[in-house]
Design a protein around this ligand. Structure first.
Ligand SMILES: C[S@@+](CC[C@H](N)C(=O)[O-])C[C@H]1O[C@@H](n2cnc3c(N)ncnc32)[C@H](O)[C@@H]1O
Length: 181
């Protein structure tokens, strides 16, 4: 037996929730690993990144799949590109591994993008957020986004975290069901 990383946990959540009918979004495509994982299971995947290199890497990774739309633009503009509800969405915050560490997700735009994704998330959909509080901007980003999310009574949050200082953290968010009368 062994511990699993938050990436493995995110992929496990995809395994048990995403089906051949699912519409998905990877809001931080990076090297395309999460996009590829989704593409193998989903009906369609929208993948966003602001870096041309990241979009090229993602396109290369999913070149055998016809169910992926790669978008070179900020995830803040998600509603400009997606005109359907999302069943599963994932943000893997931070900077491109082996890329320019100065091009990282930023707390204000990350929160706006999360809010926009929640607007188009299906009532039974899931939003997965992977934070990296081990670097300064990542810690601020996690606090800023969670400060908002924890105040939203209509949302239900679960948390996966290894109990080590500065370890990455995964949050899974769903919309609460209306109370049954
Ligand atoms: C940690 S990496 C993602 C890793 C990726 N999920 C993978 O599987 O390889 C974060 C990515 O977010 C991208 N990013 C930063 N700000 C963004 C924004 N406003 N909109 C979309 N992507 C952004 C970065 O360019 C970087 O590629």
């Amino acid at each position: 037996m062994r511990h699993i990383t938050i990436t493995q946990m995110a992929h496990h959540l995809i395994d048990i929730n995403v089906t051949a009918e699912s519409i998905c979004a990877d809001l931080t495509a990076g090297n395309g690993n999460d996009t590829l994982y989704l593409a193998k299971k989903a009906k369609h995947v929208y993948a966003f990144d602001i870096q041309a290199q990241a979009i090229e890497n993602t396109k290369e990774k999913v070149k055998e799949y016809t169910n992926v739309t790669c978008i070179l633009d900020s995830h803040v503009k998600v509603k400009d590109y997606i005109q359907e509800t999302l069943d599963f969405a994932i943000f893997n915050f931070g900077y491109l591994p082996k890329g320019d560490k100065n091009i990282t997700t930023m707390k204000e735009t990350s929160l706006q993008a999360v809010q926009n994704v929640l607007d188009i998330l299906h009532p039974q959909g899931l939003l997965c957020l992977c934070f990296y509080p081990g670097h300064e901007e990542g810690a601020k980003e996690k606090d800023y986004v969670l400060d908002y999310l924890l105040k939203q009574e209509q949302l239900l949050l679960s948390h996966y975290h290894t109990l080590q200082p500065f370890a990455p953290e995964l949050y899974l968010i769903s919309k609460r069901k209306e109370k049954q009368l």
